[in-house]
Ligand binder design. Sequence first.
Ligand code: UT7
Length: 335
Amino acid sequence: MKAAVISGIGAWLPPDLVTNDDLAARMNTSDEWIRTRTGIRTRHFVSAGMPTSRLAAEAGARAMESAGTADVDAVVLATTTPDRPCPASAPEVARRLGLTGRPAFDVSAVCTGFLYALTTAAGMIASGAAEQVLVIGAEAFSTLIDPRDRSCAVVFGDGAGAVVLRAGEPGDPGALGRIVLGSDGSLADLITVRAGGSERPHPDADPERTDAADRYFSMRGREVFEHAVARMSESARAALAHTGWQPGDVDRLVGHQANLRILRAVAEQLDIPADRLVIHLNRVGNTAAASIPLALAHAHATGDLAPGARVVLAAFGGGATWGATALTWPSLKSV
Ligand code: UT7
């Protein structure tokens, strides 16, 4: 059975940079609160009308250039913020990349979305359905945020990261180990957009029955915090058990970039020194499904992630969903 091997990586951030002080000028918050409670200093926001498919295509083009390929057999897009509720955005991403005709679909698992998308793509490779798959995590999360909800408004940011997976051997550098995934639908209310689906109409469609705030993203932050630490630690431990690595063998822990305090707590639970954490949220905030590939691309570009490094990826997100995997970082072309 073929393994899925990372052969290229790319990222793209929309140009509009928003500092904590910019947010403090718009709402009742402060640079000090945001830095100390989350570790975030800046984030990028899309400009009006810039769709997720644009971010995804920019990152995807860079990943394909890094992989030295102009073609792939499929495009898998992890996103919580598709261009429209219907259809999926991946076909539009494929069109923007000159890949019209290739299979293209979205995967929805909020902040764990990239790990779910990797699993899907790895399955296509293992079954022989594809030789190369472009996997993208892309979000325009700022479009979902209630500007009056300061606890969410300061946390989330927009951007996209992508990898190309190729068919290879399990021992190849860059080969994905077993991807451990989980979910718990009883926690759906912790991270949610209540209206606009089949359960509850969009507020514009039925103002009598739906609160205007229900169109926006909402999160019960403190509860999410606790679940995130527990589930990311537990799944990282399971992924390590599959590779046979001990915590001390891990060179870099790339957790979903939600909150610096969460990342430190996960490292502590796993007995991995905090200086092995890849930290990217200080620059981009929580970019949901884009967070892990953006952190990987940044760490690769800056040399923080060197070829041969033993890396663990772990995430927790809406659903609730969670997951982790481990791999040895390959030598990739920087673009
Ligand atoms: O991405 C998917 C997974 N998501 C996560 O993992 C996120 C997990 N949760 C978190 O990262 C944190 O819970 C938040 C950053 C969202 C919030 O931090 P917290 O330390 O849990 O704060 P809190 O919500 O418990 O609020 C503490 C206080 C409250 O005031 P009182 O009630 O103690 O007087 C809030 O009203 O901080 C207040 N507060 C703020 N103050 C200034 C909340 N947001 C802000 C703000 N600026 N932006």
